[in-house]
Design a protein around this ligand. Structure first.
Ligand code: SAH
Length: 380
Protein backbone atom coordinates (compact mmCIF):
# COMPACT_ATOMS: atom_id res chain seq x y z
CA UNK A 1 0.00 0.00 0.00
CA UNK A 2 1.38 3.40 -0.95
CA UNK A 3 0.74 5.39 2.24
CA UNK A 4 2.90 8.40 3.14
CA UNK A 5 5.13 8.30 6.23
CA UNK A 6 2.82 10.43 8.32
CA UNK A 7 -0.12 8.14 7.61
CA UNK A 8 1.98 5.07 8.36
CA UNK A 9 3.11 6.49 11.70
CA UNK A 10 -0.46 7.38 12.61
CA UNK A 11 -1.46 3.78 11.82
CA UNK A 12 1.45 2.59 13.93
CA UNK A 13 -0.15 4.30 16.94
CA UNK A 14 -3.01 1.84 16.54
CA UNK A 15 -1.31 -1.31 15.37
CA UNK A 16 2.24 -1.05 16.76
CA UNK A 17 4.25 -4.06 15.72
CA UNK A 18 1.19 -5.55 14.01
CA UNK A 19 1.14 -2.84 11.33
CA UNK A 20 2.59 -5.20 8.72
CA UNK A 21 -0.02 -7.84 9.60
CA UNK A 22 -2.74 -5.24 9.12
CA UNK A 23 -1.34 -4.13 5.75
CA UNK A 24 -1.03 -7.72 4.58
CA UNK A 25 -4.58 -8.57 5.70
CA UNK A 26 -6.25 -5.79 3.68
CA UNK A 27 -4.56 -7.21 0.59
CA UNK A 28 -6.46 -10.48 1.05
CA UNK A 29 -10.20 -11.12 1.03
CA UNK A 30 -10.56 -12.64 4.48
CA UNK A 31 -11.86 -16.15 5.11
CA UNK A 32 -15.62 -15.49 4.97
CA UNK A 33 -17.89 -13.87 2.40
CA UNK A 34 -21.13 -12.67 4.06
CA UNK A 35 -24.68 -12.08 2.92
CA UNK A 36 -27.61 -10.73 4.93
CA UNK A 37 -30.83 -12.69 4.71
CA UNK A 38 -33.73 -10.41 3.79
CA UNK A 39 -36.14 -11.48 6.52
CA UNK A 40 -38.88 -9.38 4.89
CA UNK A 41 -39.04 -12.22 2.34
CA UNK A 42 -37.50 -15.38 3.79
CA UNK A 43 -36.24 -16.91 7.04
CA UNK A 44 -32.50 -17.60 7.41
CA UNK A 45 -32.89 -21.39 7.68
CA UNK A 46 -34.98 -21.52 4.54
CA UNK A 47 -32.48 -19.52 2.48
CA UNK A 48 -29.66 -21.67 3.85
CA UNK A 49 -31.44 -24.79 2.56
CA UNK A 50 -32.14 -23.21 -0.84
CA UNK A 51 -28.49 -22.25 -1.34
CA UNK A 52 -27.25 -25.62 -0.13
CA UNK A 53 -29.56 -27.39 -2.56
CA UNK A 54 -27.68 -25.50 -5.31
CA UNK A 55 -24.53 -27.23 -4.14
CA UNK A 56 -23.09 -24.13 -2.46
CA UNK A 57 -21.14 -24.37 0.77
CA UNK A 58 -22.87 -21.89 3.04
CA UNK A 59 -23.05 -21.54 6.83
CA UNK A 60 -24.98 -19.64 9.46
CA UNK A 61 -22.99 -17.04 11.43
CA UNK A 62 -22.49 -17.84 15.12
CA UNK A 63 -23.65 -14.44 16.36
CA UNK A 64 -26.05 -12.65 13.98
CA UNK A 65 -29.12 -14.65 13.01
CA UNK A 66 -29.63 -12.92 9.64
CA UNK A 67 -25.99 -13.45 8.63
CA UNK A 68 -24.89 -16.31 6.37
CA UNK A 69 -21.42 -16.79 4.93
CA UNK A 70 -19.53 -18.68 2.26
CA UNK A 71 -16.04 -19.83 3.21
CA UNK A 72 -13.54 -18.18 0.85
CA UNK A 73 -11.30 -20.62 -0.99
CA UNK A 74 -7.69 -19.58 -1.55
CA UNK A 75 -5.13 -18.31 -2.25
CA UNK A 76 -5.13 -20.94 -4.98
CA UNK A 77 -2.35 -21.85 -7.39
CA UNK A 78 -3.27 -20.45 -10.76
CA UNK A 79 -1.82 -21.76 -14.03
CA UNK A 80 0.56 -19.42 -15.85
CA UNK A 81 0.13 -18.58 -19.52
CA UNK A 82 2.58 -16.65 -21.70
CA UNK A 83 -0.43 -14.71 -23.00
CA UNK A 84 -1.33 -11.91 -20.62
CA UNK A 85 -4.30 -9.59 -20.24
CA UNK A 86 -3.86 -6.59 -17.92
CA UNK A 87 -6.93 -5.51 -15.92
CA UNK A 88 -7.47 -2.20 -14.12
CA UNK A 89 -7.61 -2.13 -10.31
CA UNK A 90 -11.36 -2.56 -9.92
CA UNK A 91 -11.64 -5.32 -12.50
CA UNK A 92 -8.55 -7.13 -11.16
CA UNK A 93 -9.99 -7.06 -7.64
CA UNK A 94 -13.17 -8.72 -8.93
CA UNK A 95 -11.33 -11.29 -11.05
CA UNK A 96 -9.26 -12.13 -7.97
CA UNK A 97 -12.51 -13.32 -6.32
CA UNK A 98 -13.76 -15.31 -9.30
CA UNK A 99 -15.63 -12.79 -11.46
CA UNK A 100 -15.21 -12.70 -15.23
CA UNK A 101 -13.28 -9.89 -16.92
CA UNK A 102 -15.32 -7.48 -19.06
CA UNK A 103 -13.87 -5.31 -21.83
CA UNK A 104 -14.12 -1.96 -19.98
CA UNK A 105 -11.79 -3.35 -17.29
CA UNK A 106 -9.08 -4.34 -19.80
CA UNK A 107 -6.06 -2.02 -19.83
CA UNK A 108 -4.14 -3.93 -22.50
CA UNK A 109 -3.68 -7.41 -23.91
CA UNK A 110 -0.77 -9.21 -25.55
CA UNK A 111 -0.91 -9.05 -29.34
CA UNK A 112 -1.16 -12.83 -29.68
CA UNK A 113 -4.34 -13.10 -27.57
CA UNK A 114 -7.14 -14.47 -29.74
CA UNK A 115 -10.65 -15.63 -29.07
CA UNK A 116 -10.17 -19.03 -27.43
CA UNK A 117 -6.63 -18.37 -26.09
CA UNK A 118 -5.90 -19.39 -22.52
CA UNK A 119 -4.65 -16.29 -20.73
CA UNK A 120 -3.40 -15.09 -17.37
CA UNK A 121 -5.14 -11.99 -16.05
CA UNK A 122 -2.78 -9.68 -14.12
CA UNK A 123 -3.18 -6.34 -12.38
CA UNK A 124 -1.27 -3.24 -13.48
CA UNK A 125 1.68 -4.24 -11.30
CA UNK A 126 1.83 -7.61 -13.10
CA UNK A 127 0.43 -9.72 -10.28
CA UNK A 128 -1.63 -12.72 -11.51
CA UNK A 129 -5.23 -12.64 -10.27
CA UNK A 130 -6.82 -15.30 -12.48
CA UNK A 131 -6.59 -17.59 -15.47
CA UNK A 132 -9.19 -18.20 -18.14
CA UNK A 133 -10.30 -18.25 -21.75
CA UNK A 134 -10.34 -15.15 -23.95
CA UNK A 135 -13.71 -14.53 -25.54
CA UNK A 136 -12.44 -11.68 -27.75
CA UNK A 137 -9.31 -10.99 -29.81
CA UNK A 138 -6.75 -8.64 -28.17
CA UNK A 139 -7.73 -5.54 -30.13
CA UNK A 140 -11.42 -6.00 -29.53
CA UNK A 141 -10.99 -6.37 -25.76
CA UNK A 142 -8.84 -3.24 -25.66
CA UNK A 143 -11.39 -1.20 -27.59
CA UNK A 144 -14.85 -2.58 -26.79
CA UNK A 145 -17.04 -0.60 -24.43
CA UNK A 146 -18.90 -3.68 -23.27
CA UNK A 147 -18.96 -7.45 -23.35
CA UNK A 148 -17.21 -10.40 -21.79
CA UNK A 149 -13.46 -10.36 -22.50
CA UNK A 150 -12.14 -13.30 -20.44
CA UNK A 151 -14.13 -16.13 -18.91
CA UNK A 152 -12.23 -16.73 -15.67
CA UNK A 153 -11.92 -20.39 -14.67
CA UNK A 154 -9.10 -20.29 -12.12
CA UNK A 155 -9.23 -17.23 -9.86
CA UNK A 156 -6.74 -16.53 -7.07
CA UNK A 157 -9.58 -16.78 -4.53
CA UNK A 158 -13.01 -18.22 -5.13
CA UNK A 159 -16.31 -16.96 -3.74
CA UNK A 160 -19.73 -17.77 -5.22
CA UNK A 161 -20.89 -15.18 -7.77
CA UNK A 162 -23.98 -14.50 -5.69
CA UNK A 163 -25.43 -11.87 -8.06
CA UNK A 164 -26.01 -14.55 -10.66
CA UNK A 165 -28.29 -16.58 -8.37
CA UNK A 166 -32.09 -16.44 -8.83
CA UNK A 167 -32.30 -15.81 -5.06
CA UNK A 168 -30.44 -12.54 -5.64
CA UNK A 169 -32.92 -11.36 -8.29
CA UNK A 170 -35.79 -12.36 -5.99
CA UNK A 171 -34.32 -10.08 -3.31
CA UNK A 172 -33.82 -12.81 -0.73
CA UNK A 173 -30.46 -11.46 0.41
CA UNK A 174 -28.07 -8.49 0.37
CA UNK A 175 -24.30 -8.80 0.07
CA UNK A 176 -23.00 -7.16 3.24
CA UNK A 177 -20.07 -7.53 5.61
CA UNK A 178 -20.70 -8.65 9.17
CA UNK A 179 -19.60 -5.32 10.75
CA UNK A 180 -21.96 -3.43 8.42
CA UNK A 181 -24.82 -5.66 9.57
CA UNK A 182 -23.83 -5.17 13.18
CA UNK A 183 -24.06 -1.38 12.76
CA UNK A 184 -27.83 -1.42 12.18
CA UNK A 185 -28.30 -4.05 14.91
CA UNK A 186 -26.47 -1.76 17.35
CA UNK A 187 -28.86 1.07 16.46
CA UNK A 188 -31.86 -1.22 17.12
CA UNK A 189 -34.54 0.57 15.07
CA UNK A 190 -38.16 0.01 16.17
CA UNK A 191 -41.54 0.11 14.39
CA UNK A 192 -43.20 3.52 14.39
CA UNK A 193 -39.96 5.49 14.66
CA UNK A 194 -38.51 8.06 12.27
CA UNK A 195 -35.10 6.87 11.17
CA UNK A 196 -32.75 8.99 9.08
CA UNK A 197 -29.86 7.51 7.12
CA UNK A 198 -27.69 10.49 6.15
CA UNK A 199 -25.36 8.71 3.70
CA UNK A 200 -27.52 5.85 2.58
CA UNK A 201 -26.52 4.59 -0.88
CA UNK A 202 -26.43 1.81 -2.00
CA UNK A 203 -28.74 1.11 0.92
CA UNK A 204 -27.23 -1.69 2.98
CA UNK A 205 -28.06 -0.16 6.34
CA UNK A 206 -31.32 1.60 5.39
CA UNK A 207 -32.79 -1.62 3.95
CA UNK A 208 -31.60 -3.52 7.02
CA UNK A 209 -33.45 -1.00 9.21
CA UNK A 210 -36.60 -1.61 7.13
CA UNK A 211 -36.18 -5.32 7.69
CA UNK A 212 -35.60 -5.01 11.45
CA UNK A 213 -38.77 -2.93 11.81
CA UNK A 214 -40.87 -5.17 9.54
CA UNK A 215 -41.33 -2.20 7.16
CA UNK A 216 -43.18 -0.37 9.95
CA UNK A 217 -40.86 2.57 10.55
CA UNK A 218 -40.51 5.80 8.59
CA UNK A 219 -37.08 5.51 7.02
CA UNK A 220 -35.65 8.53 5.24
CA UNK A 221 -32.63 7.63 3.18
CA UNK A 222 -30.51 10.52 1.88
CA UNK A 223 -27.60 10.53 -0.51
CA UNK A 224 -26.16 13.30 -2.65
CA UNK A 225 -25.02 11.29 -5.63
CA UNK A 226 -27.63 11.09 -8.40
CA UNK A 227 -26.32 7.79 -9.71
CA UNK A 228 -26.22 6.27 -6.23
CA UNK A 229 -29.72 7.47 -5.41
CA UNK A 230 -30.91 5.44 -8.41
CA UNK A 231 -29.00 2.40 -7.15
CA UNK A 232 -30.55 2.87 -3.73
CA UNK A 233 -34.07 2.94 -5.19
CA UNK A 234 -33.37 -0.21 -7.17
CA UNK A 235 -32.04 -2.02 -4.11
CA UNK A 236 -35.04 -0.99 -2.02
CA UNK A 237 -37.42 -2.30 -4.65
CA UNK A 238 -35.48 -5.55 -5.15
CA UNK A 239 -35.63 -6.19 -1.40
CA UNK A 240 -39.18 -4.91 -0.89
CA UNK A 241 -37.88 -2.46 1.75
CA UNK A 242 -40.13 0.54 2.42
CA UNK A 243 -37.84 3.52 2.51
CA UNK A 244 -38.22 7.10 1.31
CA UNK A 245 -35.25 7.98 -0.83
CA UNK A 246 -34.19 11.62 -1.24
CA UNK A 247 -31.29 13.23 -3.03
CA UNK A 248 -29.71 15.76 -0.69
CA UNK A 249 -26.44 17.11 0.62
CA UNK A 250 -26.77 15.86 4.19
CA UNK A 251 -24.38 18.48 5.52
CA UNK A 252 -27.34 20.85 5.28
CA UNK A 253 -30.29 18.58 6.18
CA UNK A 254 -31.24 20.76 9.15
CA UNK A 255 -31.56 23.77 6.84
CA UNK A 256 -33.20 22.01 3.88
CA UNK A 257 -35.64 20.00 6.04
CA UNK A 258 -36.31 22.34 8.96
CA UNK A 259 -39.03 20.16 10.50
CA UNK A 260 -37.00 16.96 10.42
CA UNK A 261 -36.75 15.22 13.84
CA UNK A 262 -35.33 11.72 14.08
CA UNK A 263 -35.64 9.03 16.73
CA UNK A 264 -32.54 7.37 15.30
CA UNK A 265 -29.86 8.40 12.85
CA UNK A 266 -27.48 6.25 10.85
CA UNK A 267 -24.29 8.08 9.90
CA UNK A 268 -21.99 6.03 7.70
CA UNK A 269 -20.13 8.84 5.92
CA UNK A 270 -17.52 8.61 3.17
CA UNK A 271 -14.14 7.71 4.66
CA UNK A 272 -10.61 6.79 3.62
CA UNK A 273 -11.74 3.13 3.41
CA UNK A 274 -8.45 1.82 4.79
CA UNK A 275 -10.28 -1.19 6.23
CA UNK A 276 -11.81 -2.31 2.93
CA UNK A 277 -10.51 -5.63 1.63
CA UNK A 278 -9.30 -7.10 -0.62
CA UNK A 279 -7.44 -4.28 -2.30
CA UNK A 280 -4.55 -4.94 -4.66
CA UNK A 281 -3.07 -1.56 -3.86
CA UNK A 282 -4.07 1.81 -2.47
CA UNK A 283 -2.61 5.31 -2.45
CA UNK A 284 -3.43 7.68 0.41
CA UNK A 285 -1.79 10.45 2.42
CA UNK A 286 -2.26 11.71 5.95
CA UNK A 287 -3.77 14.84 4.36
CA UNK A 288 -6.60 12.62 2.96
CA UNK A 289 -7.32 11.42 6.49
CA UNK A 290 -7.51 14.96 7.87
CA UNK A 291 -9.78 16.11 5.04
CA UNK A 292 -12.01 13.10 5.45
CA UNK A 293 -12.34 13.60 9.24
CA UNK A 294 -13.26 17.27 8.72
CA UNK A 295 -15.93 16.30 6.16
CA UNK A 296 -17.37 13.69 8.57
CA UNK A 297 -17.65 16.29 11.34
CA UNK A 298 -20.00 18.34 9.18
CA UNK A 299 -22.43 15.41 9.18
CA UNK A 300 -22.00 14.79 12.91
CA UNK A 301 -22.97 18.40 13.64
CA UNK A 302 -26.17 17.98 11.61
CA UNK A 303 -26.95 14.58 13.15
CA UNK A 304 -26.82 16.21 16.59
CA UNK A 305 -29.27 18.87 15.41
CA UNK A 306 -31.91 16.62 13.81
CA UNK A 307 -32.02 14.06 16.65
CA UNK A 308 -34.92 14.25 19.11
CA UNK A 309 -33.90 14.43 22.79
CA UNK A 310 -33.25 10.83 23.80
CA UNK A 311 -32.60 9.94 20.16
CA UNK A 312 -29.76 7.63 19.13
CA UNK A 313 -26.98 8.03 16.57
CA UNK A 314 -24.97 5.14 15.21
CA UNK A 315 -21.70 6.26 13.61
CA UNK A 316 -19.72 3.83 11.47
CA UNK A 317 -16.82 3.81 9.04
CA UNK A 318 -14.93 1.20 7.02
CA UNK A 319 -11.64 2.81 7.99
CA UNK A 320 -9.24 2.44 10.89
CA UNK A 321 -7.73 5.86 11.64
CA UNK A 322 -8.16 7.50 15.06
CA UNK A 323 -8.93 10.80 13.33
CA UNK A 324 -12.03 9.45 11.55
CA UNK A 325 -13.16 7.27 14.43
CA UNK A 326 -12.40 7.82 18.14
CA UNK A 327 -11.43 11.48 17.61
CA UNK A 328 -14.69 12.14 15.75
CA UNK A 329 -16.61 10.54 18.61
CA UNK A 330 -14.81 12.89 21.00
CA UNK A 331 -15.97 15.71 18.69
CA UNK A 332 -19.57 14.42 18.91
CA UNK A 333 -19.24 14.41 22.70
CA UNK A 334 -18.08 18.02 22.59
CA UNK A 335 -21.43 18.80 20.90
CA UNK A 336 -23.29 17.26 23.82
CA UNK A 337 -23.86 13.71 22.55
CA UNK A 338 -23.00 10.89 24.97
CA UNK A 339 -21.55 7.48 24.23
CA UNK A 340 -23.81 4.53 25.00
CA UNK A 341 -22.87 0.91 25.58
CA UNK A 342 -23.95 -0.97 22.40
CA UNK A 343 -26.70 -3.55 23.04
CA UNK A 344 -24.88 -6.13 20.88
CA UNK A 345 -21.12 -6.52 20.80
CA UNK A 346 -18.69 -8.30 18.54
CA UNK A 347 -15.13 -7.46 17.52
CA UNK A 348 -12.72 -5.49 19.72
CA UNK A 349 -12.89 -2.27 21.77
CA UNK A 350 -11.87 1.14 20.43
CA UNK A 351 -8.40 2.63 20.82
CA UNK A 352 -6.99 5.46 23.00
CA UNK A 353 -10.38 6.95 23.94
CA UNK A 354 -11.21 7.18 27.69
CA UNK A 355 -14.30 5.03 27.15
CA UNK A 356 -12.97 2.81 24.42
CA UNK A 357 -14.89 -0.19 25.75
CA UNK A 358 -18.11 1.37 24.49
CA UNK A 359 -16.80 1.36 20.91
CA UNK A 360 -16.47 -1.49 18.46
CA UNK A 361 -13.54 -2.07 16.14
CA UNK A 362 -12.94 -4.86 13.68
CA UNK A 363 -9.33 -5.52 12.77
CA UNK A 364 -8.75 -7.21 9.41
CA UNK A 365 -5.79 -9.23 10.71
CA UNK A 366 -7.83 -10.48 13.69
CA UNK A 367 -11.41 -10.75 12.41
CA UNK A 368 -12.72 -12.27 9.20
CA UNK A 369 -14.23 -9.05 7.75
CA UNK A 370 -13.07 -5.56 6.80
CA UNK A 371 -11.51 -3.06 9.21
CA UNK A 372 -14.49 -1.25 10.70
CA UNK A 373 -15.58 1.12 13.46
CA UNK A 374 -18.97 1.46 15.20
CA UNK A 375 -20.10 3.73 18.04
CA UNK A 376 -23.53 4.48 19.50
CA UNK A 377 -24.38 7.88 20.95
CA UNK A 378 -27.43 9.43 22.57
CA UNK A 379 -28.62 13.03 22.51
CA UNK A 380 -29.54 13.73 26.17
N1 SAH B 1 -24.55 3.47 4.34
C1 SAH B 1 -24.34 2.91 3.00
C2 SAH B 1 -22.94 3.19 2.47
C3 SAH B 1 -22.57 4.67 2.48
S1 SAH B 1 -21.09 5.07 1.61
C4 SAH B 1 -24.67 1.42 3.07
O1 SAH B 1 -24.66 0.84 4.16
O2 SAH B 1 -24.94 0.83 2.02
C5 SAH B 1 -21.11 6.80 1.76
C6 SAH B 1 -22.16 7.49 0.92
O3 SAH B 1 -22.16 8.87 1.27
C7 SAH B 1 -21.95 7.45 -0.60
O4 SAH B 1 -23.03 6.80 -1.21
C8 SAH B 1 -21.89 8.92 -1.01
O5 SAH B 1 -22.57 9.18 -2.22
C9 SAH B 1 -22.59 9.59 0.15
N2 SAH B 1 -22.26 11.03 0.36
C10 SAH B 1 -21.05 11.63 0.27
N3 SAH B 1 -21.15 12.95 0.56
C11 SAH B 1 -22.46 13.17 0.86
C12 SAH B 1 -23.19 14.33 1.24
N4 SAH B 1 -22.58 15.52 1.37
N5 SAH B 1 -24.51 14.21 1.48
C13 SAH B 1 -25.13 13.02 1.34
N6 SAH B 1 -24.49 11.89 0.99
C14 SAH B 1 -23.17 11.96 0.75
Amino acid sequence: MRYDDQLLSSLERIYGRQLQDFLRAVGEPGPRYYIRVNTLKIQPGELLDKLRSRGLEVRADEALEEALYFPVEGPRNIPVSDKVVVADKRAAESVMLGANLYAPGVVRADRDVKRGSLVTVVDEAGRPVGYGEAVMDWDEMERARRGLAVRVVEPLYRVPQTRELPEYREGLFYEQSLPAMLTTKVLGPRPGETIVDMCAAPGGKATHAAQLTGNKARILAFDHSKRKVEMLKMEASRLGARIEVRRADSRYLDLDYPGLRADRVILDPPCTSLGVRPKLWDRKTYRDVINSAAYQRQFIRVAARILKPGGLLVYSTCTVTLEENEENIAFAESLGLRLVEPPVRLGSPGVEHPWRDAMIRFHPHMHPGPGYFIALLVKP
